[in-house]
Design a protein around this ligand. Sequence first.
Ligand code: PGA
Length: 234
Amino acid sequence: MKIIKCKTPDEIALLCANKILNLLKNKNDAILGLATGSTPVKTYRKLIELSKQDNVSFKNVKTFNLDEYINYKNEIDSYKYFMYDNLFKHIDIDLNNTHFPNEMLLDKYDDQIEKAGGVDLQILGIGANGHIAFNEPNTPFDSKTHVVGLSQKTIEDNARFFNSIDEVPTSAITMGLATIMKSKEIILIATGKNKADAINKLINEKPSLLCPASILQNHPNVTIYVDDDSASLL
Ligand code: PGA
């Protein structure tokens, strides 16, 4: 596991956007695994800006998102909309090439990813409780795409995206830990003091179901990007 310490979230965004761009310059039909949440937004913004500057096209790129809510009230609460708003509408990607797990596809999402050639680069955030995607503590390491009930902590953390906490869906579909581990390369971004404990466990403790992200220690090509705050316990 490689650890890259940056001073600020902006510095991380620049490095990660460039990493994605370099991949696309070498492989214009790359498969990207994408994450939602506030952490990757800066990277997406930088990616939009630099791809325009360097004339990099997403026309042949395929994307697979990590997760999606079940029974969201409004379309704009979905992760599909989040990705459209924060990335897809700003680039020349074919929306037919963008994928999200859903209840009908449940068993087939892993196969779909594999048939497409597998994820070349997976972007991850991390939850304050060490979750990756919606794989909460005690998710089996061999899990594939599955339905999850969200923990109270995750519901509280995500309430900031909704009008009220009552609107936060209580379940979601997520790539499993085994699904994520099949990615050829993984970058995990963590910013802010509230991620410091999870980052410390991910980096300094033995892999354990209590910190789902710690499974990444067993992956051959992972880079963790931390800022001063998230690295404060290292
Ligand atoms: P955040 O979420 O980027 O909004 O902090 C990360 C996550 O829960 O994976």
